[in-house]
Design a protein around this ligand. Structure first.
Ligand SMILES: [Zn+2]
Length: 440
């Protein structure tokens, strides 16, 4: 969601509180206020609206294959809004808070991505169900998303029992990632060809879940502030994870800021997703750095040396010092550029995802669609995208390269034989083109 629209929602939306990162982390102990796009009064008890509803099921077993909504068993009463129509009055240690958090997270992430798509994102299960069912707290040490529902339990303790102090329903990253899968099911679809192994499709799906989550997480003040303060604005250094302190524990941060290439991963979807996510995120960091250079906040030389591509320097400590000097006193300007780059990435991904087709999908196709999406947005970052993907070793498949080589004969033409002597050249052949059609 753009900075501008986000500001507008603060005066028109319904208020909730939620934790952007696990609450046991010192910097994230207090929940942050977020606004969902519906005005107070339109979020009904549950919470519920026209796209989703929470049902706080009691004594429910997890849905099994071919089971699903609507849940009709025993449940707690719907969570009520305060007298002003907002839901920010709930005790952060109550069951009601977890219910409201699950709704607010999913609704907020959907709001953010619908803004980048510029339209409503329809559910892929809309042929069967009108709304997404959210079940926040079942007695289970796992979580699952299925056809028309998200159903969450709890984390595990060190000795393998259910850890009731860590409900997945309060884990922003996990919920946002699962909603990311729903967006891809809706916008891209599922491979239909039995001969398609879908290896890159699987990697793209996991990557999309992570990218949906990280872009959404960058809408939290605290996440953005900690990221910039700890790195002094040098985001290419974030993969030295100790630099971002507590954010190092965030799976989404780890996945976004990685330096893994295609030659280092296998076909397992999560593993394969890592270089794609990293390549896409590098594009955002490049755009952010271009913004810093344009405003004179850092030099082009420093930007070039801080990348992992050509021109990158190994003097990491020296670069860190230069960023520190540039960042101090210019914190607000660095933040503006990061949020602008975030919004560019959101729009770029929305354009790209909606243009993909699922059958025989490859990462190289993703790259070509990403380039087209950038052209639609003004085309300012074509070379950055190519370079980021080349570094990740996302290259054209060999078949595409060999099939692209077309000699004249491949096209049904053949070069004309040179005449034996000038005397052999009659008037008519002089009028013929050098290249003649083979059918002649
Ligand atoms: Zn996933």
């Amino acid at each position: 969601m753009s900075v501008r629209l986000d500001k507008k929602l603060a005066s028109t939306g319904t208020k909730f509180k939620l934790f952007s990162q696990p609450r046991f982390l010192q910097s994230f102990r207090e929940p942050e206020t977020v606004y969902v796009s519906l005005p107070p009064g339109q979020v009904k008890p549950g919470p519920a609206d026209d796209r989703m509803y929470v049902v706080d099921a009691i004594n429910k077993r997890p849905y099994r294959f071919f089971q699903g909504p609507p849940y009709v068993g025993e449940s707690n009463p719907p969570v009520q809004p305060g007298p002003d129509g907002h839901f920010d009055h709930l005790d952060a240690n109550s069951r009601e808070f977890a219910c409201a958090t699950m709704y607010a997270t999913v609704r907020r992430v959907l709001d953010i991505w619908e803004d980048y798509f510029g339209r409503r994102i329809e559910w892929h299960f809309s042929g069967s169900f009108e709304r997404l069912e959210l079940i926040p707290l079942i007695d289970w040490d796992n979580a699952q998303s299925g056809f028309g529902f998200l159903e969450f339990g709890f984390g595990r303790t060190a000795n393998g029992t259910i850890d009731h102090s860590r409900p997945y329903a309060e884990n922003f990253d996990v919920l946002a990632h699962e909603l990311g899968h729903s967006i891809i099911f809706a916008e891209v679809g599922i491979p239909q060809q039995p001969t398609d192994d879908g290896i890159d499709y699987g990697g793209m799906h996991e990557s999309a879940g992570d990218l949906v989550a990280i872009v959404a997480a960058l809408h939290f003040e605290k996440v953005v502030n900690v990221l910039l303060e700890k790195s002094c604005g040098n985001l290419f250094m974030v993969n030295e994870l100790d630099r971002v302190g507590e954010l190092s524990d965030s799976r989404e941060i780890r996945v976004a800021f990685n330096n893994v290439r295609m030659s280092e991963v296998n076909d397992e979807p999560h593993d394969r997703s890592v270089p794609l996510t990293g390549g896409v995120f590098d594009v955002m960091v490049e755009v952010y750095q271009k913004g810093l250079v344009k405003r004179g906040l850092i030099t082009q030389d420093l930007a070039t040396r801080s990348t992992q591509g050509p021109g990158g320097s190994t003097d990491l400590a020296g670069i860190a010092d230069e960023f520190k000097a540039a960042y101090n006193g210019n914190e607000a300007a660095f933040k503006e550029e990061l949020l602008a780059a975030r919004d560019y990435l959101g729009c770029l991904l929305a354009q790209t995802w909606q243009s993909l087709t699922p059958d025989f999908f490859t990462y190289h196709q993703f790259l070509t669609r990403l380039l087209r999406a950038d052209l639609k947005l003004g085309g300012a970052h074509q070379q950055s995208i190519r370079e980021c993907f080349a570094w990740r070793e996302i290259t054209p498949p060999p078949g595409l390269v060999s099939a692209s080589l077309r000699k004249l004969q491949s096209c049904g033409f053949h070069p004309a034989k040179p005449p034996a002597s000038l005397a052999d050249v009659d008037e008519e052949s002089q009028r013929k083109p050098v290249v003649q059609a083979a059918a002649e």
